[in-house]
Design a protein around this ligand. Structure first.
Ligand code: NAD
Length: 494
């Protein structure tokens, strides 16, 4: 790992791709408009980035559709398509420090998380998905000897992808790797708060041999570029990660336009259940990580902690001790465990919910309201609020920041009921040394993912996604590939 001063000097040498990437070339938005990209740790301008809108979307989608039809990618031999994507992964690896810096500067997460988690995860996603290209087979249905029924997996055409800012490179990779592997063309709109790594990624795709126009990146706002993409008649599948509010809007846009398939990875308010028979030290360390990693800007953050009453005080003391390792600081310093919030609006949201927790009777036992100083970055404090319950606003609503609600329960049934008492269903963690309880409870939790005696662990081979208002799709694993293909039957009478 590089030192603080090495990362700082490297960051000063970076150049930013600040224009839309359409048909293999950077170009300004049709309107000529730009928006500022701000480093949230310093509040300094990084770049003025092209602000795309419906005109750019029309251009990129029309071009992507033509490239798809030409077959240069969709009909490329699977082995060759795989080689291009593997080469692309190699190039990302060669530029791994640059990618780490791009997201750290753009949205404030610590460089150590970028180096340890985001960048290797993205590379692995591209490699693993590339390897699937020539290993996934079609099917023959058991229809009897007088017919032959073939089931083909066909590319869908143009895939629109809309992504958030909390794991910019990683979220983009989870969408575009399987969409491209399946032979589609992609028009990606990254978050306006973190467009820089996606633009560099697209440039490297062409360098790796991906034909121009297969992957296009349109930086811009949701209500302009994002909405136009979602409403476009020639976008066949829309893949989204972001808030539940916007996810609902996208379903509406699909209905208003061409009934495109919409895959949604949306918000969360994940529960964390600590039973009295758990290894409390391990549970405390992981519970702190589950809410304070990445400043709490994590869709699977376990923001609702439910502790069995008999061990509540002991556990809370352990938790506060474990949480002390999360201290806000310059994200370029490898020793920093928490960067700033992505922007002033997100810091205000955090402040609002801490205030609301106090107003509704919660006791702040660590952290508290932010001490914001203009021009010094949008830093929040890791905050723990005791005396919480499911009726309180900050326990119900997603904060997307470092604020933990501590609640208690007395029985296993009550723990399950409290955990499921939420509109969301993304992740859940539970801590117990009782194997039967671990299985029993994990089956009863209403969520797409459950972690037992761990939190947040994943693998490219394992699906990621939620139920209820947390969405419908799955990223990663072969299940992600299913989202980007059409199933066609061909029935032949012999
Ligand atoms: P957001 O919904 O505000 O924005 C996400 C994307 O949607 C951005 O690119 C934005 O520009 C775009 N957008 C906004 N309005 C739009 C519109 N009207 N039409 C089309 N596009 C529009 O979310 P965010 O603040 O970027 O990200 C935080 C949210 O993402 C949280 O709720 C978090 O839980 C969720 N998230 C979910 C997962 C998951 O896998 N389930 C992963 C990461 C983040």
């Amino acid at each position: 790992m590089k030192s603080y001063s090495e990362w700082k000097s490297l960051s000063e040498t970076l150049t930013f791709r600040d224009k839309a990437f359409i048909n293999g070339a950077f170009q300004p938005a049709v309107s000529g408009e730009t928006f500022p990209c701000i480093n949230p740790a310093t509040e300094q301008l990084l770049a003025e980035v092209s602000s795309c809108d419906a005109a750019d979307v029309d251009l990129a989608v029309a071009n992507a559709k033509a490239v798809f039809k030409s077959g240069v990618w969709s009909e490329m031999h699977p082995r060759q398509r795989k080689q291009v994507m593997l080469k692309w992964a190699d190039l990302i690896e060669q530029h791994k420090d640059e990618f780490a810096l791009l997201d750290t500067l753009d949205m404030g997460k610590s460089i150590s998380e970028m180096v340890g988690i985001d960048v290797p995860d993205a590379i692995d996603c591209f490699r693993w998905t590339a390897e699937c290209i020539d290993k996934v087979y079609g099917e023959i249905a058991p229809t009897g000897t007088d017919t032959l029924a073939l089931i083909h997996h066909e590319s869908v055409g143009v895939v629109g992808a809309i992504t958030p800012w909390n794991y910019p490179l990683m979220m983009v990779s989870w969408k575009i790797a399987p969409a491209l592997a399946a032979g589609n063309c992609v028009v990606l709109k990254p978050s306006e708060k973190s467009p820089l790594s996606a633009l560099r990624l697209a440039e490297l795709a062409v360098e790796a041999g991906m034909p121009p126009g297969v992957l296009n990146v349109l930086p811009g706002f949701g209500h302009t570029a994002g909405k136009a993409l979602a409403l476009h008649m020639d976008v066949n599948v829309l893949a989204f990660t972001g808030s539940t509010r916007v996810a609902g809007m996208l379903m509406g846009y699909a209905g208003e336009s061409n009934m495109k398939r919409v895959w949604l990875e949306a918000g969360g308010k994940s529960p964390n259940l600590v039973f009295a028979d758990a290894d409390l030290k391990k549970a405390a360390a992981a519970s702190a990580n589950a809410i304070f990693a990445n400043q709490g800007e994590v869709c699977i953050a376990c923001s609702r902690l439910y502790v069995e009453k008999s061990i509540k005080e002991t556990f809370l003391a352990e938790l506060i001790e474990a949480a002390a390792r999360f201290q806000p600081g310059d994200p370029l310093d490898p020793a920093t465990t928490m960067g700033p919030m992505v922007d002033g609006a997100q810091l205000n949201t955090v402040q609002h919910y801490i205030q609301s927790a106090m107003d509704e009777g919660g006791q702040v036992v660590m952290g508290g309201l932010p001490d914001y100083q203009e021009g010094q970055g949008f830093f929040a404090k890791p905050t723990i609020v005791d005396g919480a319950n499911n009726e309180m606003t900050f326990v119900k609503e997603e904060i997307f920041g470092p604020v933990l609600a501590v609640c208690e329960f007395e029985t296993e049934e009550e723990a399950i009921e409290l955990a499921n008492d939420s509109m969301y269903g993304l992740g859940a963690a539970l801590w117990t040394e009782n194997l039967s309880r671990a299985h029993r409870v994990s089956r009863k939790i209403e969520s797409g993912m459950v972690w037992v005696n761990t939190w947040g662990e994943g693998d490219t081979t394992v699906p990621f996604g939620g139920v209820k208002a947390s969405g419908n799709g799955r990223d990663k694993s072969l299940h992600a590939m299913e989202k980007y293909v059409d199933i066609k039957k061909v029935m032949i009478r012999l």
